[in-house]
Design a protein around this ligand. Structure first.
Ligand SMILES: Cc1cc2nc3c(=O)[nH]c(=O)nc-3n(C[C@H](O)[C@H](O)[C@H](O)COP(=O)(O)OP(=O)(O)OC[C@H]3O[C@@H](n4cnc5c(N)ncnc54)[C@H](O)[C@@H]3O)c2cc1C
Length: 388
């Protein structure tokens, strides 16, 4: 099988690229085949994970099955229902493979669907495989039903634990500890962080002290300058020998970029942080574009950047096909002047900073975070979401 354009990964970055390419092809009617390879048959708004894992109804609203907003002319899946639900004429040549790429050279991808392997040549590829995190932050489920079962299992674990410790006070640890304390006020929620302030992202000291204050107000037990040495049943031992009671530990500080499938050809583009370095057009090889969390970006990675880079890559793939000049990002990736971070602190406080200007509970973001910004990102992915 051959596809003119292959998109690997179908979350914020991959779906934004697909949507952008589709919009253009619907206008130009160019005979260009586009294939998406993604194991999940739906879009999960990862931004909402801190609330999804404590609220089943919210979790259900944050997962949009592909059948609600996508059709493909050809579907390869080991699930007959998925095949039936997603197959339909688009007027284009769109294909979906519900599986994972297991190896990729600059011209060919091998993939696995269930236990069956397949292969595909391509002219252009957009790599959008992002990153995975520890349980329960990156659900493994590939369908809506199995995702809800996974959420139920997480909730059961929370319910049976009197003390829950989040290890790592980055944005993810802060949001999960805040959500847990709001939902389970009688449980002890520890947030353990190795440094004297949090989060470690490049934000102002004022931002950090607002975050700490919001957590204290919400009665999250913040343990700064504390490193975990050992975990045993019911307790954590720190590097200075202190013991902390804990029934359930969640490591929120680590993540790994999904790039193990890349062939040795890509070695020279992989940085010490396991990001992929691209040029200003988002290319590694002239026909290989890398977007979203997978690429090297010298600022705080975000869904916004994933969408921004994908739209640029989609334009550049089509421009390459049409022999037109490629476009650079309006913001140079190696010199981003304004860092931006928004997070949900204790008691649902929205703490936002852009370019050193701090805002607490700005009304627009308070509204947007009711859906953890699903309604803001959805249009870029071709999803229509009803307001809450
Ligand atoms: C808890 C949490 C809260 C966050 N909050 C915010 C926030 O408030 N605002 C914000 O802007 N950002 C936030 N982020 C960051 C944001 O989620 C990421 O920047 C964004 O998900 C990056 O999108 P992506 O499409 O590049 O990668 P991902 O979302 O990681 O998606 C990668 C996709 O690739 C697929 N994939 C992986 N391997 C393969 C393979 N071999 N073959 C095929 N497909 C594959 C995966 O199934 C997945 O669908 C948060 C992240 C977390 C974890």
């Amino acid at each position: 099988m051959k596809s003119n354009i292959l998109i690997v990964g179908g979350s914020y970055a991959g779906l934004a690229a697909l949507h952008s390419i589709k919009q253009t092809l619907l206008k130009t009617k160019s005979p260009i085949s586009v294939t998406l390879i993604e194991p999940k048959s739906g879009f999960l708004n990862i931004l909402g994970i801190p609330r999804c894992i404590i609220d089943r109804k919210f979790a259900a609203e944050q997962y949009i099955p592909f059948k609600e907003f996508l059709k493909f002319d050809t579907v390869i899946s080991d699930d007959e229902t998925t095949k039936k639900e997603l197959t339909g004429s688009t007027g284009l040549d769109l294909r979906y493979i519900q599986g994972k790429v297991i190896s990729l050279t600059p011209t060919n991808a091998a993939y696995k669907v269930g236990n069956t392997e397949g292969g595909m040549d391509f002219d252009y590829v957009i790599l959008a495989t992002g990153r995975d995190r520890n349980w329960p932050i990156s659900p493994e489920a590939v369908s809506f039903e199995s995702y809800l079962k996974e959420i139920d299992a997480v909730l059961d674990k929370f319910k049976e634990s009197d003390t829950i410790s989040l290890i790592g006070g980055g944005a993810v640890g802060i949001e999960i500890s805040s959500e847990l304390k709001t939902t389970f006020p009688d449980k002890t929620i520890n947030l353990i962080h190795p440094h004297g302030s949090l989060p470690p992202e490049p934000v102002s000291d004022k931002f950090k002290s607002e975050v700490l204050q919001s957590l204290k107000n919400a009665k999250v037990n913040v343990l700064l300058n504390t490193r975990v040495q050992d975990e045993q049943k019911g307790k954590i031992t720190t590097t200075v020998g202190d013991e902390i009671e804990s029934d359930l530990n969640i490591w929120t500080n680590s993540h790994s970029n999904n790039l193990a499938y890349l062939s040795d050809d890509f070695e020279k583009f992989i940085t010490s942080k396991n990001d992929i370095k691209t040029n200003g057009y988002l290319q590694t090889f002239p026909n290989v574009f890398v977007v979203g969390d997978l690429m090297e970006l010298l600022t705080i990675k975000s869904a916004g950047w994933a969408i921004h880079t994908s739209i640029q890559a989609a334009t550049n793939v089509l421009n390459s096909i049409n022999g037109e000049p490629l476009i650079e990002s309006k913001v140079p990736f190696d010199n981003i002047p304004a860092h931006k971070l928004t997070l949900v602190g204790g008691d649902d406080t929205i703490i936002h900073e852009l370019n050193n200007i701090l805002e607490i509970n700005p009304p627009k973001l308070v509204e947007e975070y009711k859906t953890y910004r699903l309604s803001t990102t959805a249009p870029f992915l071709g999803i229509t979401v009803n307001s809450p």
